[in-house]
Design a binder for this molecule. Structure first.
Ligand code: G3I
Length: 378
């Protein structure tokens, strides 16, 4: 489906088109320039269809003018890649340092972009003092303090929180497939419900998300996540959505599309939203040409989005960065696997900020979703 500017402006004039903050602000001069929305922006295509397109960022990326330009073109929301994690905000038991996160929040606010919170409770990126204190009887106290202070600080701006991240790992052999984390060892499975109930108390309006990875590759893990989320919701735990992190493999692992379809369908049938929260592609076929590598990355994203969109249109589609230049999958030079280092070609823009085939796949997938016309309130 293609949607040209004339239709858009007609719909806009008729007050029938929903705009994101970024769109509306762009028209009101809140964003970059006052011109009409960019006709092929991922953010705008998503905004017309109820999909908030976003990307993970670090504040030091904002001075990169070429990257900043694509962020502002294609994103209606941002998520901190690491600057909201405990290693960044919690240097000591009684301290909170939000300097980095505040830079991201300020940039989002200045450019009328939405903001996701990631993560509140995770086993990863934890300072050593935290694991020690969690296991020494301080778990509930630290869980509550962290959620109260962090959600309390950003609740006016962050509308979607990864409250608990990656709590399932069937290989750990615990009932329900739970991951053997310091939180679990200290509080048992209850830490998950505790976190969601407190997040809800701190922000009655935010979308509260359980976030995890590999549901599209590990059917057993997907089933454990379904069982966890649905059983907690049956007990009144306020989990609004499940985040599919969506860290895909270009060729090394086949997508389990049937398991993914069943996963999404079951959640939707039980009233649980499904979000795409960290989309990127691992591709390590260095013997292929760049064009072949880009084609492989685009192809797996196309299959993935077709599979998910057949069951649910995610309200949030967040990429784990927009450019290979800043991908967490970029390997530094002189690493043992590849002495010259390598660029992972798994995001919509290349290291040189050129559009990859994946970007067109994203735009096409979004534009296949019917536009949501909303009558202006009279
Ligand atoms: O801590 C330094 C900081 O002082 C410095 O200013 C900054 C300069 O860029 O680097 C910081 O270091 C690293 C940071 O990434 C930025 O590169 C951290 O040491 C490193 O641990 C951190 O890794 C992040 C990782 O999560 C662990 O937090 C990756 O960027 C990030 O992509 C990755 O993201 C995770 C999601 O949160 C959960 N799902 C899986 C995903 C990939 O692992």
């Amino acid at each position: 489906m293609s949607f040209d500017r004339r239709d858009f402006l007609t719909a806009l004039v008729g007050g029938m088109v929903a705009l994101t903050n970024a769109e509306a602000a762009n028209l009101e001069g809140c964003g970059q320039g006052d011109g009409p929305p960019d006709p092929d922006s991922l953010a705008r295509a998503g905004a017309l269809r109820g999909i908030v397109v976003g990307a993970a960022v670090s504040s030091e990326q904002f001075i990169d003018t070429s990257y900043r330009a694509v962020l502002l073109k294609d994103c209606a929301a941002l998520v901190p890649e690491w600057q909201m994690k405990w290693t960044a905000t919690r240097k000591a038991p009684k301290t909170f340092d939000f300097a980095g996160m505040d830079l991201i929040a300020r940039f989002a606010s200045d450019h009328c972009l939405g903001l996701r919170g990631h993560p509140l409770i995770w086993h990863g990126a934890m300072p050593s003092w935290a694991e020690q204190e969690i296991l020494a009887g301080g778990a509930q106290r630290h869980l509550e303090a962290h959620i109260r202070v962090t959600v309390g600080r950003y609740k006016s701006q962050i509308t979607s929180w990864d409250v608990v991240n990656e709590a399932i790992r069937p290989e750990d052999g615990i009932d329900g497939g739970l991951r053997n984390t310091p939180w679990y060892r200290a509080l048992g499975a209850d830490y998950i419900a505790n976190a969601f109930h407190l997040a809800r108390r701190m922000d009655p309006n935010a979308r509260l998300v359980y976030n995890d990875y590999n549901m599209e590759y590990e059917p057993q893990k997907a089933q454990s996540i379904l069982a966890l989320v649905l059983s907690l919701r049956d007990k009144g735990v306020p989990i609004d959505a499940v985040g599919l992190q969506s860290h895909l493999w270009a060729t090394k692992r086949p997508l389990r599309t049937d398991a993914l379809k069943n996963f999404c369908r079951t959640l939707v049938r039980n009233g649980v939203d499904v979000l795409i929260t960290e989309l990127d592609v691992r591709e390590t076929d260095f013997n292929l040409t760049a064009a072949q590598r880009d084609k492989n990355s685009a192809a797996v994203v196309k299959t993935y989005l077709e599979t998910v969109f057949a069951e649910v249109i995610p309200k949030e589609l967040t990429l784990w960065g927009l450019s290979d230049r800043y991908s967490w999958l970029k390997k530094p030079k002189f690493n043992p696997e590849n002495p010259l280092g390598y660029i992972n070609r798994g995001l919509p823009y290349s290291e040189e900020m050129a559009r990859q085939q994946m970007r067109q796949v994203l735009l096409d997938a979004i534009q296949c979703v019917p536009i949501q016309y909303k009558k202006k309130a009279t």
